[in-house]
Structure formats: C-alpha cells, structure tokens
Design a protein around this ligand. Structure first.
Ligand code: FE2
Ligand code: FE2
Length: 146
C-alpha cells in the first residue's frame, strides 16, 4: 500500500462526502440534479470499493492481522453499499424510493468511511511506513479524517 494509494483513496472519500452534501442540499424537486449526483456517486463508489476489496484490504490483512475483525466488518459494509448501489443503478430519480434509498446509502457509507479511516487506513499507513506496531492502541488523528 503506497502513499499514493492512500492519497487517492483519501481524495475519493473527500469527493464522496462533497457529493453526499450536494445531494442532501438539492431540493425535493431537483430530480435531474439528484440523478446526476447519484450517477457520479455510483461510479466513484464502485471503483473505490473494488480497489479496497482487491488491493488495500488484502494488504492490510497481511500487515496487521489484529485488524482482521475490522477488515471483515468493512467487507460486509462494502457488500451492503454494493447492494444499495446496484438497486439505485436500476432506479430513476422519479421513483418513489430513490431519495430514501440514496439517504440510506449515504448514512451507511459515512459511517463506513469514518471507521475505515481511523481503524484501517491510518494504521495501515503508519505501520507500513514507520514499521511500528500499534496493536491495541486507538489512534485518533486528523491525518486521514476526511
Ligand atoms: Fe471502504
Ligand atoms: Fe474507502
């Protein structure tokens, strides 16, 4: 896991948060705008989650075996997001449950990104580059909290 990869993932989180905020601020009748925002959210989350599932999480599992439970929980959170994303991809912004489903996706992904940054990204970064063992510690830093 390189610093470049961490920066890219962190930038994705930032963009996702901005898209979530824009969706929440869009008016009830701004259906076209909400549709475009959800299209971009789906695109971004699909690529981002794939990279984490296939590249980052396997590497973290190797480096930090004590994070196994957190990584497995994150895989399940990704799965829930994938299901919601797949359902949203086949919906229109005019569908009755479009905003409700997007809102649930936003709530789930916000929770997930917060936990992922603090428990997985930060410790993976620190452990890999400083070769330090932070087993059992609860780090709390602004470094990756975006
Ligand atoms: Fe994730
Ligand atoms: Fe992420």
């Amino acid at each position: 896991m390189s610093t470049d990869a961490i920066v890219l993932l962190k930038n994705d989180h930032k963009e996702v948060r901005q898209l979530f905020a824009a969706f929440e601020q869009a008016g009830d009748n701004a259906r076209a705008k909400k549709g475009k925002l959800v299209d971009r959210i789906i695109e971004l989350l699909t690529v981002h989650t794939y990279i984490e599932n296939e590249v980052m999480y396997p590497r973290v599992r190797e480096m930090l075996p004590d994070l196994e439970d957190d990584v497995l929980e994150s895989y399940e959170e990704h799965h829930v997001a994938d299901v919601l994303v797949a359902e949203l991809a086949s919906m229109k912004p005019t569908d009755e449950r479009f905003t409700a489903k997007t809102t649930v996706l936003i709530e789930n992904v916000r929770h997930h990104m917060k936990e992922e940054c603090l428990k997985i990204l930060l410790r993976g970064f620190v452990s890999h580059y400083l070769s330090l063992d932070f087993s059992g510690s609860s780090l709390n830093s602004d470094v990756l909290r975006t």
